[in-house]
Design a protein around this ligand. Structure first.
Ligand code: G16
Length: 559
């Protein structure tokens, strides 16, 4: 770094004073904290994004969001050149600069990192960063902090893409780096065109739902997703979708609404009630990267029938498997490419879903919580389907498989035109264009669920019957220091504090089909407890007992 660069960094960083007494860490999905203490962190992430852009000579994204967290929180995450999460290799640097106590220390850390990573400054394409934010009131000021961070690297350019869903920003970064059209309008057009293509390929004998109301009612979590879905809805003009809890309504973001609330509490979001019984309902989270479906029961105050990320994954798996079997019916296709289909879940996946997927003959893999881990694993397959139970997931297609599909669909269309194999190849290509290849995306997820249900001729009830969930419960426990919990084996075993895992094992062994694990959240200041057992009552008892064990071993923090 030359002297001009050093003084630019020293000068701009002196405007962003680090809060005292807070240790920040790049968690499950970037930095997340109360918005009031985040401006220095976001500024520093802006610098990191510009350095990452120089290093990779690609466009990088910075998204200001705290997704499912309460409205007073905010956060920041990076989209890497392929649209995915920041390379984990750079996370320690993110932690280090976020916690640097003075401009001088910050400069020193950056200088050392630039040398270690050999980040080029001269004679290269200048850094280019796309900035996006969700609807949080703190977003505008934090976006400005990110912009100042980016532009404290000489020549770097920051483009404000405005209010977006998180997956839209990731999609744009990926598209830009592939040399494709990358505006928000292009995103909507790609989704709507591929959706229409899948609709046109629905077998005529299946094109009716089995006696179901065709309407879908979507809870937008009072976040960014509702308004964006309305835009898509207008473009499509074939789906009957009603959006409630849109950011244009009066409600508070993620407060008694949204995918996280519906999935964890298993209750209907605000604005939904017994009048909606029997109607297909869905819920997005605050930045529209999660999606769950649900059915409201006729009796008020009863739990909703949750159709969660595991069931969305299962629906997608059934559909993809069917298309692959059409392709495999043709001997020459079967021999020219044996597509590897892989499933990725986390420990939160309901045990019944894993059994179901294995029963379908699919390979199921497990990773720790966090899209960054699931995505990486899913990318190892020709088709990798990953979903967290909370509704975060997508389907990844390898470049080589897409190329093979493109060639084969052309060959097939000149030969046995209209064959099932040709249609299957076209459907898979359309899915790869519809479902976001960069990250889990509730908007593309809704469209894919809707068109697959139509393709199968299934109602939400039929879909929900694929398997029966084991009763489960999730609890949050406030402890003195959640980082004292260290886990292993995809978060199923507690390694520290010593003795806690033995105590959990002893408790779990008392329950038929008992399963329980604890892990520190990477987005909230809590330890999470997950339990499963053969009845809801037993599950709740197990979860509560283990929550007490967590407090015993770690000390409570009720503040
Ligand atoms: C983020 C991550 C998800 C993760 C969730 C909860 O979601 O992207 O992969 O499941 O946090 O993580 P934790 O249990 O560590 O708090 P979102 O939708 O909040 O960005």
């Amino acid at each position: 770094m030359n002297e001009e660069q050093k003084s630019l960094l020293l000068d701009s960083s002196s405007r962003f004073v680090i809060p005292q007494g807070v240790k920040l860490s790049y968690g499950t999905a970037g930095f997340r904290e109360d918005a009031s203490i985040l401006s220095s962190t976001v500024y520093r992430v802006g610098i990191l994004a510009a350095l990452r852009s120089l290093k990779t000579q690609s466009v990088i994204g910075v998204m200001i969001t705290a997704s499912h967290n309460k409205v007073s929180d905010n956060g920041v995450k990076i989209a890497d050149p392929n649209g995915g999460m920041l390379s984990q290799h750079w996370e320690p640097f993110a932690d280090a600069i976020a916690n640097a106590s003075s401009p001088q220390q910050l400069l020193q850390l950056i200088n050392e990192f630039v040398e270690k990573e050999r980040i080029p400054f001269l004679g290269v394409r200048p850094a280019e960063i796309l900035l996006g934010r969700d609807t949080r009131p703190s977003g505008e000021a934090l976006l400005e902090a990110a912009r100042q961070g980016v532009t404290s690297i000489v020549g770097a350019v920051a483009s404000d893409m405005g209010i977006l869903t998180t997956p839209q920003l990731h999609w744009m970064v990926r598209a830009r780096n592939k040399g494709l059209k990358a505006s928000e309008q292009d995103y909507f057009e790609q989704l709507s065109n591929s959706f229409k293509c899948l609709m046109d390929l629905i077998p005529t004998e299946r094109s009716k739902f089995d006696g179901m109301n065709d309407k879908l009612v979507v809870d937008g979590a009072n976040g960014v997703g509702g308004a964006k879905l309305q835009v898509l809805h207008k473009l499509l003009n074939v789906l009957d979708i009603e959006v409630r809890n849109s950011s244009e309504d009066e409600g508070v973001l993620n407060d008694g609404v949204g995918a996280d609330y519906v999935q964890k509490e298993k209750v209907a979001p605000h604005g939904f009630g017994s009048k909606d019984a029997g109607i297909r309902c869905a819920s997005l989270d605050g930045d529209a990267d999660r999606l769950v479906y649900f059915l409201v029961p006729p009796e008020s105050n009863a739990q909703v029938n949750l159709v969660d990320g595991d069931k969305i994954l299962s629906l997608f798996a059934v559909f993809i498997k069917e298309q692959l079997s059409f392709l495999n019916e043709k001997e020459d296709l079967k021999n020219s490419h044996k597509a590897r289909l892989g499933i990725v879940q986390t420990a939160y996946a309901n045990g019944a879903s894993t059994n179901y997927l294995k029963h379908l003959g699919l390979e199921v893999n497990f990773t720790p919580t966090g899209v960054k881990y699931l995505h990486e694993k899913a990318a190892e397959f020709d088709i990798g389907i990953y979903f967290e139970a909370n509704g975060h997931g997508t389907i990844l297609f390898s470049e080589s498989f897409i190329e093979w599909l493109e060639v084969k669909s052309r060959d097939l269309s000149s030969g046995s035109k209209g064959s099932e194999a040709e249609k299957a190849a076209l459907r898979l290509l359309a899915v790869s264009n519809l479902i976001n290849q960069a990250v889990g995306d509730a908007l593309s997820g809704v469209l894919l669920v809707e068109v697959i249900l139509k393709h199968m001729g299934w109602s939400i009830h039929r879909w929900n019957e694929l398997y029966h969930d084991l009763p489960s419960r999730q609890l949050k426990v406030k402890v003195a220091d959640r980082t004292a919990v260290v886990t292993a084996n995809a978060e199923t075993v507690v390694v520290r504090p010593p003795g806690l895992q033995d105590a959990i094992n002893t408790e779990t062994a008392k329950y038929t089909q008992g399963r329980c694990f604890v892990r520190p959240s990477g987005t909230e200041d809590v330890v999470r407890v997950y339990a499963e057992a053969s009845t809801q009552e037993a599950t709740d008892t197990l979860a509560n007992c283990v929550a007490k064990l967590v407090v015993q071993f770690l000390g409570s923090n009720s503040s």
